[in-house]
Design a protein around this ligand. Structure first.
Ligand code: FEO
Length: 393
């Protein structure tokens, strides 16, 4: 329950959610943290809070440093309840505090908590002096909610960007260089793919605005604090925001009696023959939030479903709806599947791919009942053709 000094007079006082395994539908196999930061200066500020059920954990860390009644500013960078959930209790412990938030944050907090708090709405560039240190605010709308903003402490070259650059990892370590880079990158990628992906344009604008700042440490609201590897994760964010991918393919499918699965593996063979790395994901065994981590890396996405009741299988439908909402761009797409009669699944998949603006260079393949060896060979040839395109684009 100890706080952790991240800079002289600035402390991590958040909560660690070791048991969390589902964050509104996103599987969090490594748990998460909700990071709150206490800045002790002539005036005291608490930047963000924690999910409501970890309030006591955060409070004990705060109380080990100061009397909470000394807090003059409660900064709410983001209204979502994993960060604002403890605000009502924190306001009651810091009755003289002003809640500092964005204009959209003010509206959002009033809608969430229906409280007559002392609220101050800030604009981009506004500053607040704590004494030796200054808080400067930058609005980052839709990264990833309309209310989102970041807080910068210029004297410490410290950025507190809330959800941006976060990762769902519960650890007793607090800094990036204390953790395994591969796990950090994987969790940061999964976080981007499942939370931030639809807002690439807004991310680019936010990164442009923040590029003028001198930043040595980035302390997000989930996971580890970037003090060593920020340039690497910033470079990854720039790539993801631009929808840049690697020359690799992803096959996502479900199957009823094995025909669509056989087609999926024929495509895999063809792609491998063309020398393209491939991941194959069966929706019966992989969660859609894990598959999204493959989606942000992969230039080509091949989706297969048999036709059931004139449409795709429900597992494929769920994945397509999720994919459509997260809006990955600049992909090569291909649809395939088996059918008994009707055969609408392939068209349904193509409709979603077209709505995302993907390039569909090969017509979708629909095979009745059970594919024969000749048909599987044709499917393999399509895999080879797509592989060649992936390498040459
Ligand atoms: Fe971590 Fe958008 O909340």
């Amino acid at each position: 329950m100890e706080p952790v000094a991240i800079k002289p007079g600035i402390y991590w006082v958040g909560g660690i959610d070791w048991d969390l395994r589902n964050f509104h539908g996103y599987l969090t196999q490594r748990g998460t943290t909700y990071n709150a930061y206490l800045i002790i200066d002539e005036k005291v500020a608490l930047v963000d809070t924690v999910k409501h059920d970890l309030f006591d954990e955060m409070l004990s860390r705060v109380k080990s440093l100061i009397d909470p009644a000394q807090i003059e500013y409660l900064v709410s960078n983001h209204v979502e309840m994993d960060h604002s959930g403890s605000l009502p209790k924190m306001v009651s412990r810091a009755p003289h505090a002003t809640v500092v938030t964005s204009p959209q944050g003010e509206k959002g907090l009033r809608r969430h908590y229906k409280q007559d708090w002392k609220l101050s709405a800030v604009k981009s560039g506004d500053t607040l002096s704590l004494g030796k240190r200054t808080l400067q605010f930058f609005l980052t709308p839709m990264v990833h909610w309309p209310d989102s903003m970041v807080t910068y402490v210029p004297e410490e070259k410290l950025l507190l960007p809330n959800d941006a650059f976060g990762q769902h990892i519960a650890t007793s370590e607090r800094f990036d260089d204390e953790a395994c880079w591969d796990i950090l990158l994987e969790e940061a990628a999964k976080y981007y793919a499942n939370i931030v992906l639809p807002y690439g344009e807004q991310v680019k604008k936010a990164l442009d605005a923040l590029s003028t700042l001198d930043i040595a440490m980035v302390a997000p609201s989930h996971g580890l604090i970037w003090r060593t590897y920020f340039p690497k994760i910033l470079e990854a964010y720039q790539r993801w925001a631009a929808h840049e991918t690697e020359n690799r393919a992803l096959i996502v499918y479900d199957t009823m009696w094995g025909s669509t699965e056989r087609m999926a593996y024929s495509l895999l063979e063809g792609l491998e023959k063309a020398g393209v790395p491939v991941a194959i994901r069966n929706l019966k065994t992989m969660h859609i939030s894990d598959i999204m981590t493959d989606v942000i890396r992969s230039k080509a996405i091949l989706i297969g479903s048999p036709t059931l009741n004139n449409g795709v299988l429900p597992t494929v439908g769920g994945f397509l709806i999720y994919l459509k909402g997260l809006r990955p761009k600049n992909r090569i797409g291909f649809a395939f599947g088996s059918y008994g009669w009707g055969g609408q699944a392939v068209k349904e998949i193509e409709t979603i791919m077209n709505s995302l603006g993907w390039n569909l260079p090969c017509e979708g393949v629909n095979i009745q009942y059970i594919p024969d060896e000749g048909e599987l060979q044709e499917v393999k040839e399509i895999g080879k053709k797509l592989g060649a395109m992936i390498k040459n684009e």
